[in-house]
Write a protein that binds this ligand. Structure first.
Ligand SMILES: C[S@@+](CC[C@H](N)C(=O)[O-])C[C@H]1O[C@@H](n2cnc3c(N)ncnc32)[C@H](O)[C@@H]1O
Length: 196
């Protein structure tokens, strides 16, 4: 499996604990754990202080409140740092739209909280190139979440992304997910990346 961007999150640690061979890619990775750890701590603090001002943009039935979110985020950071320290080779420094893997490397590629969410920072051309690259390295399935920006608006280039993926011979679909924390973030793009 590949998680890109992996960030300071616990997906790869959790997948590896269940026996999967999993890798993460993020431009923040690099030698030494302390720089990554500090960046992870800053991210949690920044996200939690931003959350206090926009609690109405979130659905409060998964978490009990901001303190509960913080506790989950600190726990995920702890799992990430333990795995990053023990197995640094699973965490590779690189950035979309170019990944350091041959075609068809992974059964499952997950990409969370970058594309669509940061639509203000990354233009549509970047979205197209990044999605093509994620599909290139997937031999099985790609899952992209969420499909909304921070204002809970669905990414307006989504139809064009789907067409581009179809033209490349893949099979995209948008599926509901039974997890909605950020309001409106209840859909996932799933691409069957296997080509005939
Ligand atoms: C909000 S975090 C998401 C991390 C994780 N997927 C999650 O859901 O918790 C966004 C991450 O995207 C990374 N990032 C920024 N630009 C990137 C790029 N061009 N390619 C890959 N990752 C990038 C950042 O370093 C950051 O760790």
């Amino acid at each position: 499996m590949l998680d890109c961007p992996g960030g300071a999150s616990g997906f790869v640690a959790g997948a590896r604990a269940r026996g999967a061979e999993a890798y993460a890619v993020d431009p923040v990775y690099g030698p030494g754990v302390e720089r990554v750890a500090e960046r992870g701590r800053q991210d949690v603090r920044r996200a939690m202080s931003a959350l206090d001002d926009v609690t109405d943009l979130y659905v409060w039935d998964v978490y009990d409140g901001p303190a509960d979110v913080a506790s989950h985020r600190w726990a995920a950071l702890g799992r990430f740092l333990a795995d990053y320290t023990a197995s640094p080779g699973q965490y590779l420094p690189a950035a979309l739209p170019r990944l350091p893997f041959p075609d068809d490397s992974f059964d499952l590629v997950v990409s969370g909280h970058l594309l669509c969410l940061y639509a203000e920072e990354f233009d549509h051309a970047f979205h197209v190139q990044a999605l093509r690259e994620l599909c290139r390295v997937a031999r099985g399935e790609l899952r992209l979440f969420p499909l909304v920006d921070f204002g809970t608006q669905r990414y307006d280039g989504l139809d064009d992304l789907l067409l581009d993926v179809e033209r490349a011979g893949h099979d995209p679909s948008i599926r509901s997910v039974d997890f909605e924390f950020q309001r409106g973030a209840d859909e996932c793009l799933v691409v069957d990346a296997a080509t005939d």
